[in-house]
Write a protein that binds this ligand. Structure first.
Ligand SMILES: Cc1ncc(COP(=O)(O)O)c(C=O)c1O
Length: 378
């Protein structure tokens, strides 16, 4: 589960170090009173970790989506296809750049349905925004191939699956532009924050400038005399956020490994008796959520009761569906898109998502799995 469970002395020390070194919280300038450039160092560290040529730390995951859409040149009159099982930020960002969000459904395993995607693409489609929900990735290479054939820009929202991979390649590094969120509920966190990743020099440079009022950030010029190459915005991350995020990144591999152990306990016990959400071949997710089907309403209610009794609760399904299913987003979508999303709503309504917490022991997950097993079998 999220990095907040492991927030401790390493994060505190990292933050205190900034104050001991002069307390500069801005990403550049003040060279005479600072020893580090934490945002810059965090960007470099992410580039190496995720094997991506350009990473830009930004103020939130939502800001990161907007940056990706802007870099992709999405504008008024364009359509962007995204999925019905999602977070509302994706639709908001598409609307914010003046484009129209088009919704495709997810399949039985709650991944973007490629057949539906194919039906949704029109001559106005500029980009596809696939979202790797709750720790597992969509069929990203198949989607990439489709996008390449149809000259569409592929944006990968990996906010909910940081650390997940296909083979050796991290989610977020496979599409044209990827994004992460570092908000309080994510695999790694600094309270609020985001990252954009891309191997495309034009997109990478654009994002670096866009997030900082169009500043070129020429190291040879004073900030006040720096060139502005285009109108941008302020989506900058602070030094404080970057110092904490950097420590959290050091914990990511451990978090994924520990998540996986707990996830596998649930999988081994529940899979023989219920449909468990399946990963695509050669994917390995971030494993911070375990999802299975509970078609029978009374079984579902009993399982949820047990999850709360044992102190786990549920994660998004069913407790935050209104934020995560496009069938509820009449305030931002055309009626047709809302209506179309009902297929996804039905799939989500019959699913239960169990959060994986690394601070809960393997034994606790074993007892939980057995308790669910006996409810399903009863
Ligand atoms: C899939 C997805 N995309 C985008 C976001 C937005 O991230 P942030 O909260 O950092 O703005 C979230 C956050 O919950 C998310 O889950």
């Amino acid at each position: 589960m999220p990095g907040y469970e492991l927030i401790g002395k390493e994060e505190r020390n990292a933050a205190m170090k900034i104050f001991d070194e002069g307390g500069v919280l801005f990403h550049r300038s003040f060279e005479n009173i600072r020893k580090h450039f934490y945002v810059r160092e965090f960007n470099n560290k992410c580039q190496k970790y995720f094997n991506s040529s350009h990473c830009s730390a930004v103020s939130s995951g939502t800001a990161a989506i907007k940056c990706a859409l802007k870099a992709a040149g999405v504008k008024s009159g364009d359509e962007v296809v995204t999925q019905a099982f999602n977070f509302v930020a994706c639709v908001e960002a598409i609307v914010d750049v003046g484009a129209k969000p088009i919704i495709c459904n997810v399949n039985e395993n709650l991944h973007l349905d490629i057949d539906d995607l194919k039906d949704k693409v029109t001559s106005k489609t500029k980009a596809v925004l696939v979202v790797h929900m709750l720790g597992q990735g969509g069929d990203i290479y198949a989607i990439k191939e489709f996008c390449e054939k149809n000259s569409l820009i592929l944006i990968e929202d990996a906010c909910e699956a940081i650390g997940g991979k296909v083979g050796p390649n991290y989610y977020g590094s496979i599409g044209d532009i990827g994004i992460f969120s570092l908000d309080f509920a994510k695999m790694i966190t600094c309270g609020e924050g985001g990252i954009t990743l891309t191997n495309n020099d034009i997109y990478g440079t654009y994002i670096k400038q866009y997030i900082d009022h169009g500043h070129e950030n020429n190291p040879d010029l004073e900030r006040g005399h720096d060139n502005r190459v285009m109108p941008g915005f302020n989506f900058r991350m602070t030094e404080l956020q970057a110092s904490i995020a950097s420590v959290q990144l050091d914990k990511l591999e451990y978090l994924v490994d520990e998540n996986r152990k707990r996830y596998m306990i649930l999988k081994n016990i529940i899979e023989p008796i219920s449909h468990v959400r399946q990963e695509y071949y050669s994917h390995s997710g971030s494993y911070d959520t375990f999802i299975f089907k509970a078609d029978d309403k009374s079984i579902k209610a009993e399982v949820i009761k047990k999850l709360f009794e044992l102190g786990f609760g549920t994660k998004i399904l069913p407790d935050a569906m209104e934020w995560h299913c496009a069938a509820y987003w009449g305030h931002a979508l055309d009626d047709h898109e809302v209506e179309h999303s009902n297929k996804t709503l039905k799939l989500l309504e019959s699913s239960v998502a169990i959060p994986i917490f690394v601070n809960n022991t393997i034994e606790e997950y074993t007892s939980l799995a057995k308790a669910i097993q006996s409810i399903i079998k009863s």
